[in-house]
Design a protein around this ligand. Structure first.
Ligand code: 1QQ
Length: 410
């Protein structure tokens, strides 16, 4: 029985001593649980790319004279699928293998299921793309670099109403079985109500839906002038296309579910003109964003710099920088993995980071503080096969990490 207890201790990597940075086994491992299969792989592709660019960036960092050696980091990627069970399995596997911290999972719906596991085991999580309300509040080990819907979603509604102040009739669509969608639509609808607009039609769909004829027909009976969509990329792309095919000509605002260039092949030319708020602009002219864009051009010349890629880069960057600061302060000496995880979480939350998203930091409970946001409009090429998010407005949020208001719209 004593043997069992010893086995139990050995099985928990948290009790293992952290080796010295320059020891042969001195590398610590960051785990990534990203959707590589299922519909959310449209985001996962962007995320895998963003993390690999960040690893290139980190690999080119050199120890400054007089500094202790950098702490080498490994990265271990696990498919988080597009559902809760696969994300949970990925978290469990990587935590058992002794990762220092985790990036992921892709969807808020998955995070509400998987993050409590990391929280219980004391493993820091940086969410690269969870926008639903309440993610960092899952616990002290959970943070995010993805701005929550409440700061982003109102911007695209404001832009639509600025373009056409006569809009009165708004139809809303959302997936009722997805945490991102229900959270975002609540913000969209609150923003509309604050403008005195009560939706003339609210259509609740399912995450797995791809055929929207029935809800579209119902919504179009109310003759909307604006359609507001909180649905993930595959469903949302199909919905936009079917809306246009069924004759809707008015404005369309979409949410974070469609914030990837991977929507273009789905909605093709029908996506042209849709408005979307974004937490990243490729046009941000800072050294780190130029590096991000150059690395992307070097590795994947056919991919455009996008929000979800930049956020995944940022998630890795934030962990890398926090680890190196901790290393320099001696915080990784004479500690076990469990203590290192805790110290890393504190270090991470205390830091300020100059990222492709702009300057960011965290609130004490792990919520992102970011200063710059954008509204883009999708512009499809004439063939309808590829397109771009064209920047139409830039907004500074007062109290954001970047400080005060930024230059006005272009
Ligand atoms: C979330 C999201 C996704 C739809 C985009 C990755 O924002 O699940 O929170």
């Amino acid at each position: 029985m004593g043997g069992l207890a010893v086995l139990g201790q050995q099985a928990d990597p948290a009790a293992k001593a952290v080796p010295a940075a320059d020891a042969p086994n001195g590398a610590l491992t960051i785990g990534g649980v990203i959707a590589l299969t299922g519909n959310a792989n449209l985001y996962g592709q962007d995320q895998r790319l963003g993390i690999s660019l960040a690893r290139e960036w980190a690999g080119s960092r050199r120890r400054q004279p007089g500094e202790p050696p950098l702490r080498p980091l490994h990265f271990q990627l696990q498919d988080g699928g597009s559902d809760e069970a696969t994300a949970i399995a990925g978290f469990n596997l990587l935590i058992r293998q002794g990762v220092l911290a985790l990036i992921g999972p892709t969807l808020s719906q998955q995070a509400f299921a998987a993050d409590p596991i990391a929280q219980r085991r004391g493993v820091p999580v940086v969410a690269p793309s969870n926008t639903a309300k309440g993610i960092p509040q899952i616990g002290p080990f959970i943070s995010r670099v993805s701005a929550q819907s409440s700061v982003i979603a109102p911007l695209s509604i404001s832009e639509a109403l600025r373009r056409d102040p006569r809009i009165r009739r708004v139809a809303v669509f959302y997936s009722q079985d997805d945490a991102f969608s229900t959270s975002e639509t609540a913000i969209f609808q609150r923003t509309l109500r604050a403008r005195g607009l009560t939706p003339v039609s609210v259509q609740r769909t399912q995450l797995a839906d791809n055929d929207f004829q029935i809800p579209i027909t119902a919504a179009l009976q109310a003759d909307p002038q604006l359609v507001v969509i909180s649905i993930q990329a595959v469903g949302g792309g199909n919905l936009v296309r079917q809306l246009r095919e069924l004759g809707y000509r008015g404005a369309i605002v979409v949410g974070n579910g469609m914030n990837t260039p991977n929507i273009y092949p789905i909605c093709q030319r029908w996506c042209d003109g849709i408005l979307i708020a974004q937490a990243y602009s490729p046009e941000l002219d800072t050294p780190v964003n130029r590096t991000f864009r150059n690395l992307l051009r070097g590795s994947s010349p056919d991919r455009s710099p996008s929000q979800i890629t930049a956020q995944a880069f940022t998630a890795y960057q934030v962990l890398f920088e926090a680890v190196q600061r901790l290393q320099r302060r001696g915080g990784l000496e004479n500690v076990n993995l469990g203590q290192a995880r805790k110290a890393l979480m504190e270090e991470l939350l205390a830091g300020q980071y100059d990222t492709p998203l702009g300057p960011i930091r965290f609130t004490p409970d792990g919520e992102l503080v970011q200063g710059q946001f954008y509204v883009a409009q999708v512009r499809m090429d004439p063939g309808g096969r590829s397109g771009r998010f064209a920047l139409v407005r830039e907004t500074g949020v007062s109290g954001g990490a970047g400080g005060s208001a930024s230059p006005p719209a272009r």
